[in-house]
Design a protein around this ligand. Sequence first.
Ligand code: IMP
Ligand code: MG
Length: 177
Amino acid sequence: MEKRYVFGDVMIGKEELKKRVRELGAEISKDYKGESILAICVLKGAVIFMSDLIRELNIETKIDFMAVSSYGASTKSTGVVRILKDLDSNIEGENVIIVEDIIDSGLTLKYLKEYLMARNPKSLKICTLLDKPERRVAEVNADYIGFSIENKFIVGYGLDFDQLYRNLPYISYLEEE
Ligand code: IMP
Ligand code: MG
């Protein structure tokens, strides 16, 4: 039988998101003071987080986008990473920050990190809005983490279930009915 899902409560509200994103922006600006960065948004989930985050940076910032395969209609990762859209820019010699929505198994980021490292950036760091450490399979950690959360299926603020709910201005989760 097909699984059905219902919405949980608001997990992280609008104001809390705003405050934390501002803090992350300040931290990154401090760490890269006097330098420039290239922020890489991992589409589509990180698009809301990235657009809020870069407006909190007071350092020289360029942006680019990548798209990789994700879950589809299932809530489990297949572990298969496919590049659907590659970068437009050359990252050699750049301070790259990968901006992700969530680290779950870590398989996507582990792959992306190795893929980008091969192009000789000056430095490479990871900034994720959410982290589900319990679910980690691949050995990969973020340098900047918005919120470390328990193992729930998250929607909102860019994160989807079957492409829906990305537009919610807060973070919620789905539960099996
Ligand atoms: P990974 O398991 O760390 O490789 O996660 C891959 C991608 O799956 C993430 O970048 C998200 O786009 C998506 N994902 C993982 N967990 C969730 C979730 O709880 N809600 C929505 N998308 C998720
Ligand atoms: Mg993602």
